[in-house]
Each structure stands twice: as structure tokens, then as C-alpha cells.
Ligand binder design. Structure first.
Ligand SMILES: Nc1ncnc2c1ncn2[C@@H]1O[C@H](COP(=O)(O)OP(=O)(O)O)[C@@H](O)[C@H]1O
Ligand SMILES: [Mg+2]
Length: 307
């Protein structure tokens, strides 16, 4: 199958004001996003996420390398109407929300008759049905981000590219966006979502790429990246917590973690003591820990978000 988004050895250098110094924002970047997945594009601020997205959208040209979007080279004009794009900083004309959404739909050559109904639908999808007739100049940043999302959805695109879609949203709106993305995936859409918030990506993405200083430093299934494979969490009953280093006990249930190598011996020890093993699960790392590993713990520019 043809990848939905493909970067082939893409480098992007920005010139300083007088063109003397160059700054490499993206460095030999390779990536393939497959059809039907929710793909998380993760990295601290300044990693190069927005740069990569703007290249894919054809807003600027790479310094070297090339890429394809829905099978066409980056910047192919007609492909744009098959993509819904939410920019990192939503800037909108001071118009009524529904007017704006219709405007963007019309840009994608949708018919006026179609648009009236569709504008209402997408504003409802982002929870703005009661604000449809209000001027967006009075909107909060979170509301603007939701109008931006409605705008991205209006033409029912097969690919959604969302640059930090939940950065301005409160926890409830974040949950709503997450559901919206899952529904879009069920409808067969592909979603490419950038975020510096690990908690956002962790919960919805099938695969994630981690970008650091313009380079791809991790790529894989979210679950695989999160499982360290090195330690397991053991939950047992009928044993004394004091016998197991680091164990905590609550209502007679003892929980502790062991290295995979000791796992078998520890389970036998529990059984020999007449205890009962309730569960053994691989311990999950947070994406934050993965970041610290990648950056050598020197920087920790990543927050876990608010929930
Ligand atoms: N137009 C530009 N001119 C010069 N430097 C830029 C420009 N846009 C971004 N940068 C720099 O490129 C790096 C990557 O930025 P960006 O792609 O916005 O990262 P992210 O979206 O991951 O936060 C940053 O160091 C940023 O300062
Ligand atoms: Mg950005």
C-alpha cells in the first residue's frame, strides 16, 4: 500500500536574517505514515514538528530530500482538498463561526447547498453548536482551536494533519477531541497528529515517532515503546509485603515490581509462602521516560499535560 505521508531523507535549513548562518530544523528525516492509522508525531518544542508538517503541506520547499502526500509530491495543489489541516496557531478572520467554516469548505470547492448543513455538523462535532452564530473575534484560544478543527473537518478529508490540536483545550474538550479522532479512524481516515504532550499521544495513537532536534529518534507502536520489557509488576495476596523490597500493601493486596530475570523465582517464592498471584504485567514506561533516555536526561522539556 502507498503510504499516506512519506518523508524521504528530508532536510530543512532556515537561514538567519542576513543569510549567513543556517539552522537545520529537520535533518535527514524519513517517515512513512500508513493508511488508517492515528499517528503521533511527538517531540519537545523546537524539535521540528511544525517544519515537517509545513513541508508536507507544501507551504515551503525542503532544502534537500523529497516527500509524498496521498501519493503525490509535497505541494501538489489538487491534493490539498483531500487533506484537513489544523495549524498550530489558528488565526481566523473576524467572522461568525459558521460563516468561516463555510468559507473554508468553499475553498475546497464544496457547494453552498452542501455547506449549510455540513458547517452545522462539524461545529457540533467540536462542541460549538451554541456558538455557531457568534463572531470568532470574541472566542477564547480553545474555542478558536475548535473552529480550526471544524474547518479541517468540513470537506470530510481522508487525511487529517493536526499540529498540536489540543494545546489550548481544557481537559473535557481534550477528551471530546480524542473521541472525535477515534471516530474518524473508524470511518477509515488517517490522522497525523503532532504534540509535545505525551498524555495526548499515548491514549489515541497507534504508532508514534519521536523527533528531537530535527532527527527521528524513536519510531514504533505506542504500546511497544511504552513497555520496557525489563520489569514486571506483580500483584499478590496472602504474603507479607515486608518480604519483598519496595512492595506496598493495601487491603491485603501486595504490589511490587521485579526485573524480568527474577520474575520466575519471585512467583515461586510467593507460591511457596502459600500466597496467591493475582496478576503479572509488564511495566509501562511513560513517553517522558523515553524522552529522558533519548536526550540523555540533560533536557526535560516535555510536560505530561494536565491529566
Ligand atoms: N521560519 C523560521 N526561520 C528560522 N528558524 C525557524 C523558522 N521556523 C522554525 N524555526 C526553528 O526551527 C526549529 C524547529 O521549529 P518547529 O518546526 O516550529 O518545531 P516544533 O513544531 O517541534 O516546536 C526551532 O528551533 C525554530 O526556532
Ligand atoms: Mg510546532
Amino acid at each position: 500500500m502507498v503510504p499516506v505521508i512519506e518523508f524521504q531523507n528530508v532536510t530543512k535549513e532556515y537561514r538567519s536574517l542576513f543569510g549567513r548562518r543556517r539552522f537545520r530544523a529537520l535533518d535527514g528525516f524519513n517517515l512513512q505514515v500508513e493508511s488508517g492509522e492515528i499517528f503521533g508525531f511527538l517531540g519537545p518544542n523546537g524539535a521540528g514538528k511544525t517544519t515537517a508538517i509545513h513541508l508536507a503541506m507544501g507551504f515551503m520547499l525542503p532544502t534537500s530530500g523529497r516527500g509524498r502526500l496521498l501519493g503525490e509530491r509535497f505541494g501538489h495543489a489538487a491534493t490539498r482538498s483531500r487533506v484537513g489541516f489544523l495549524p498550530e496557531n489558528v488565526a481566523l478572520y473576524p467572522r461568525r463561526a459558521e460563516q468561516l467554516v463555510r468559507f473554508y469548505g468553499a475553498l475546497n470547492s464544496m457547494k453552498a447547498s452542501q455547506l449549510n448543513q455540513r458547517a452545522g455538523q462539524v461545529l457540533e462535532m467540536v462542541g460549538l453548536q451554541d456558538d455557531a452564530k457568534r463572531n470568532v473575534s470574541k472566542f477564547s484560544r480553545g474555542m478558536l482551536q475548535r473552529v480550526g478543527l471544524a474547518q479541517a473537518l468540513v470537506n470530510d478529508p481522508e487525511l487529517l494533519i493536526l499540529d498540536e490540536p489540543t494545546s489550548a483545550l481544557d481537559p473535557l474538550a481534550r477528551v471530546a477531541v480524542r473521541e472525535l479522532l477515534l471516530r474518524a479512524r473508524s470511518a477509515g481516515k488517517t490522522i497525523f497528529l503532532s504534540s509535545h504532550l505525551l498524555s495526548e499521544v499515548e491514549l489515541v495513537c497507534d504508532r508514534v515517532a519521536v523527533l528531537h532536534r530535527g532527527r527521528l529518534v524513536r519510531l514504533g507502536k505506542t504500546a511497544d515503546l511504552l513497555e520496557s520489557g525489563e520489569r514486571s509488576q506483580i500483584v499478590a495476596r496472602g504474603i507479607a509485603a515486608a518480604l519483598f523490597p519496595g512492595a506496598t500493601a493495601r487491603d491485603g493486596v501486595v504490589t511490587f515490581s521485579v526485573g524480568t530475570q527474577q520474575q520466575r523465582a519471585v512467583l515461586e517464592q510467593i507460591w511457596n509462602l502459600g500466597g496467591e498471584v493475582i496478576s503479572v504485567n509488564p511495566e509501562r514506561r511513560s513517553l517522558e521516560e523515553i524522552f529522558l533516555e533519548v536526550t540523555g536526561g540533560i533536557e526535560s522539556p516535555v510536560s505530561r499535560g494536565t491529566q
